[in-house]
Design a protein around this ligand. Structure first.
Ligand code: CTP
Length: 397
C-alpha cells in the first residue's frame, strides 16, 4: 500500500526517537521512499548513521551545511506526506506558532503535502493546557494527529503520552493512502454557490449562498483521487488548484454547463442554490423608478437536478440538496423522489450553525432505501467528509 509513496520523516528530541529506526525500517519494507530530517536534539537519542543506513538516504538536519543550502521548499514539494514522529512538546509549540529556527520547521512551513504528527511526551506535559491548545491549533491548520498511547513513560510513570507504536503509525499511513484513492478515476460534477438572474444591466435577483459547502465537497473529492469539475455561481470563494472550474452567473448558464457534461460523469452533486424563477424580460437599459409600485414578471428556470435525474443511467450517482425551513423531512423525501436523486442532503435553517454563510453545517442524509443518516453540527470541511464517506459507502453497498 505504501509502495512508491514519498515520505518525509521528521524526528524531534524525545526519548521515543529510538523507535524511529524501526519506523523507517517498516516504511522502507512497505516500499516507501523515506527522507529523514532530524532536529539537532533528536541526535541525542538516535544516530543519523542508523537512520541514513535504514532509509538509504542522507539524513538532513541543518538549513545550510558546508556552504550548501538545503532546499526546504523542494523537500516539501517532493513528499506525498510529511510525518513528524516523535513530535516533542517543544517542536509542537513551534508548529503552533510558526517558528522557523531549524530545517524541520522550514520544511513543515513550506510543505504543500498533508502533514501528520505522532506526539510523544510525559503525561503531565501532554495534559498541560498549553499543549492542549497547541494541539488544537495545529489541527486547525489542517494537520492530522495520531493519538498518543497510554503506557510506561520515560519518567517511570504510567499514563498518557507515549508515541503510537511504529506499527500503528504505518497502519495510519496505509489507511490514509487507501482513503486517498477511494474515488480514483471517478469523474465528478458539482454545482455550488448562488445564481444571479439579471433584471436590467445593474440589478439581479440572487440569494445568500456562499458556495462554501460545494467547494468543500469538491476539495474532499479531489483529495480522494477524483477528477472534479465545479460549476460555480457568482462567489468570491477561493477554489483550490486541481479542480476544473466553470464560472457561471445565471440558472440557465448553470443548466447548460451541467447538461453538456453529465454524460461522462460518475457522480453529480448539486449543491448550488439555483434560482427557481428568472426575469421574463431583461431590460436593456437601467430601469428608472417612477411614483407607483413596480412588479417584474418571472418565469420558471429549468430544474438541473430534476433533468439529470431523468437522464441518469444506472451507473451514475446523483446527490441533491434540500434547504428547508419547515416540514424538513417531508420536503427532503419528496425531492429525493421527484428528482430521482440517490441521496438528498438536508439542512434546516432552524438548526443553529446550518445553512448559508456559516462555516459550519448540520445535515441529515436520506437515501432511496429509506435510511436516514444524522450528523452533528461541524465545520463544512468535516461535513464534506461525511457526505463523501456516505456516497462511497452507498456506491459499495
Ligand atoms: N436545483 C436545481 N435546479 C433548480 C433548482 C434546484 O438543480 N432550478 C437543485 C438544488 O441544487 C438542490 C435541489 O435541487 O440540489 C433542491 O433545491 P431547493 O432549492 O431546496 O428546492 P427546489 O426544488 O427549488 O424547491 P423549493 O424551492 O420549492 O423548496
Amino acid at each position: 500500500m505504501l509502495k512508491g509513496k514519498k515520505i518525509i520523516l521528521g524526528i524531534t528530541g524525545s526519548i521515543a526517537a529510538y523507535k524511529s529506526a524501526m519506523l523507517v525500517r517498516l516504511l522502507v519494507k512497505q516500499g516507501a521512499e523515506v527522507k529523514v530530517i532530524m532536529t539537532s536534539s533528536a541526535k541525542d537519542f538516535v544516530t543519523p548513521l542508523s537512520l541514513s543506513t535504514l532509509s538509504k538516504s542522507e539524513v538532513l538536519t541543518d538549513l545550510s551545511d558546508n556552504d550548501t543550502w538545503a532546499n526546504h521548499v523542494m523537500l516539501g514539494r517532493w513528499a506525498d506526506i510529511m510525518l513528524i514522529a516523535p513530535l516533542s512538546c517543544n517542536s509542537l509549540a513551534k508548529m503552533a506558532n510558526g517558528l522557523c529556527d531549524n530545517l524541520l520547521m522550514a520544511v513543515y512551513l513550506s510543505a504543500i503535502c498533508p502533514v501528520v504528527v505522532a506526539p510523544a511526551m510525559d503525561e503531565d506535559m501532554w495534559h498541560h493546557a498549553s499543549t492542549k491548545d497547541n494541539i488544537k491549533k495545529i489541527i486547525s491548520f489542517n494537520n492530522a494527529v495520531i493519538p498518543v498511547e497510554k503506557g510506561e513513560l520515560a519518567s517511570g510513570l504510567v499514563g498518557d503520552g507515549r508515541m503510537a507504536e511504529p506499527e500503528s503509525i504505518v497502519n495510519w499511513l496505509q489507511h490514509f493512502f487507501s482513503k486517498k484513492s477511494d474515488l480514483k478515476d471517478k469523474k465528478i460534477l458539482i454545482t455550488a454557490g448562488p445564481t444571479y438572474e439579471a433584471i436590467d444591466p445593474v440589478r439581479f435577483i440572487g440569494n445568500h449562498s456562499s458556495g462554501k459547502m460545494g467547494v468543500a465537497i469538491a476539495e474532499e473529492m479531489k483529495k480522494r483521487g477524483a477528477s472534479v469539475t465545479l460549476v460555480l455561481g457568482p462567489s468570491n470563494i477561493l477554489v483550490p488548484e486541481g479542480i476544473e472550474l466553470i464560472r457561471v452567473k445565471s440558472a440557465a448558464e448553470m443548466y447548460e454547463a451541467c447538461i453538456s457534461r453529465f454524460e461522462n460523469i460518475d457522480i453529480a452533486v448539486m449543491s448550488a442554490a439555483v434560482a427557481d424563477y428568472t426575469a421574463a424580460n431583461i431590460a436593456t437599459e437601467k430601469i428608472k423608478k417612477n411614483d407607483g409600485n413596480f412588479s417584474i414578471e418571472l418565469t420558471k428556470t429549468k430544474d438541473i437536478l430534476k433533468t439529470l435525474g431523468e437522464k441518469k443511467k444506472t451507473n451514475q450517482f446523483l446527490v441533491g440538496f434540500a434547504l428547508e425551513t419547515n416540514n424538513e423531512k417531508e420536503f427532503a423525501l419528496k425531492k429525493l423522489q421527484t428528482k430521482n436523486a440517490d441521496i438528498i442532503v438536508l439542512n434546516s435553517l432552524n438548526d443553529a450553525g446550518a445553512g448559508f454563510g456559516h462555516d459550519t453545517n448540520k445535515i441529515t442524509i436520506f437515501d432511496k432505501q429509506g435510511n436516514e443518516y444524522k450528523f452533528d453540527t461541524k465545520p463544512k470541511t468535516e461535513v464534506a467528509k461525511d457526505i463523501v464517506n456516505t456516497i462511497i459507502q452507498l456506491l459499495h453497498a
